[in-house]
Write a protein that binds this ligand. Structure first.
Ligand code: SF4
Length: 402
């Protein structure tokens, strides 16, 4: 049997797909180069936005004649609907007990992943979430928070560094609530000998501690980049979203971080058109964007997910057109602030981890998670290079190899 995995969604799902691949291989299955060549199609889905579920149902004809498995983030309310169309609907946490598995492993974190990159890897440090933001599917699809033992994570990181990996992402829906002290985990990984970068995502502002800021400042391998989802620039909307912090508190955190780590780049996640979001409330988000001057923002138009609090108890009353307009307005502000932030790199030489070669150009990320485009050749992919920045754009930087 040859298998092919289709992954939707976030880095966590990408990481899970690497574990699915590891489990399949261990069970003697072979990877197929394309869906057409496969006998077994595994769809690792995402329920965060309605569009992702719709897309999966839209691609059903492509799976004709194959054994199909649906896994990943599946809302309990959608599970029954999906089970009509797929041979198996399986829980990712039970990966070691799937019907194709020739071994038994109760803890899916212990299954050795088949990494999709040779230089950058994601290590899940926890899964699930206890926060129940009113719009979010995750606590229902992934369940409550489970943290992996520190020892296991450090072992995985050490093995990766020994294999020559250059970038390690620590993943969790809310890494700051990692049960065995996130700062301590970072400090321990930072002591692993070798040249590599440590990144992490995602951070809930309510749990962001001074200790973490100190750790980021003191550990040289932790990159000066932070994704700090705000979700709305208005404290009343945050209340409706069940996000227990105020904009005042959020701004204080950003101020503290910038004071301690002045070179830090900050990105955010934000929802536009949340239930009842008035023009004034949206103006507050615009104001926050202008004030914080984000380097990057993942702007999402609100969509209802069945079973969540906002879907059951609130009204999705902002029109599609208005949501798109608000998204565009935030994008305009972001373009300006990102360009301004990027300008400060012009003329400077920075280190870049080259990640791909596309249409004659090398692309990579700087320590600050800036996308950098450079002229060069394919064999440089996977290496650190010194790059002199020639031009700043809103989406990233252009430079030449030193
Ligand atoms: S913190 Fe909120 S948005 Fe993030 S995964 Fe948990 S419930 Fe969802």
């Amino acid at each position: 049997m040859r298998y092919f995995i289709i992954t939707y969604g976030c880095q966590m799902n990408i990481s899970d797909s690497e574990r699915i691949s590891g489990a399949m291989k261990r069970s003697g299955l072979k990877p197929a180069k394309s869906l057409e060549e496969s006998d077994l199609a595994v769809i690792n889905m995402c329920s965060v936005r309605r569009s992702a579920s719709d897309r999966i149902l839209g691609s059903l004809p492509k799976f004709k004649g194959k054994t199909t498995v649906l896994t990943g983030c599946i809302l309990p309310k959608e599970r029954r609907r999906f089970s009509k169309f797929f041979d198996y609907v399986l829980d990712i946490k039970e990966l070691g007990e799937w019907p194709f598995s020739s071994f038994k492993e109760k803890d899916y974190f212990r299954i050795e992943p088949e990494y999709s990159s040779k230089f950058s890897a994601c290590i899940p440090i926890m899964t699930g979430c206890n926060n129940f933001c009113s719009y979010c599917a995750v606590p229902y699809t992934r369940g409550r928070e489970i943290s992996r033992p520190k020892k296991e994570i450090i072992k995985e990181a050490k093995t990766l560094v020994e294999k020559g990996f250059k970038e390690i992402w620590l993943l969790g829906q809310n890494v700051n609530s990692y049960k065995y002290e996130f700062s301590d985990l970072l400090r321990k990984i930072n002591t692993i000998p070798g040249k590599f970068w440590i990144r992490f995502t995602s951070s809930h502002p309510k749990d962001f501690s001074e200790d973490l800021i100190k750790t980021m400042k003191e550990c040289s391998k932790i990159t000066p980049y932070l994704n700090l989802p705000v979700q709305s620039g208005d404290s009343n909307v945050l209340k409706r979203m069940n996000r227990p912090y105020t904009i005042k508190k959020y701004k204080e955190i950003v101020k503290k971080i910038r004071k301690e780590i002045p070179e830090i780049s900050i990105s955010t996640d934000v929802i536009v058109g949340f239930c009842g979001e008035t023009k004034k409330e949206f103006e507050n988000t615009k104001k926050l964007f202008k004030e914080i001057k984000y380097d990057m923002a993942y702007i999402n138009k609100y969509s209802e997910r069945p079973g969540t609090e906002s879907a059951e108890k609130m009204k999705d009353d902002i029109s599609k057109k208005e949501k798109s307009r608000r998204e565009k307005e935030l994008n305009e502000i972001l373009k300006e602030t990102a360009l301004k932030n990027n300008k400060k790199y012009e003329g400077k030489t920075i280190e870049v981890l080259i990640s791909e070669f596309r249409k004659g150009f090398l692309y990579g990320k700087s320590k600050n998670y800036k996308t950098v485009r450079i002229e060069g050749s394919e064999e440089m992919v996977g290496s650190f290079r010194q790059v002199k920045i020639k031009r700043a754009l809103s989406w990233g930087l252009e430079g030449i190899l030193k």
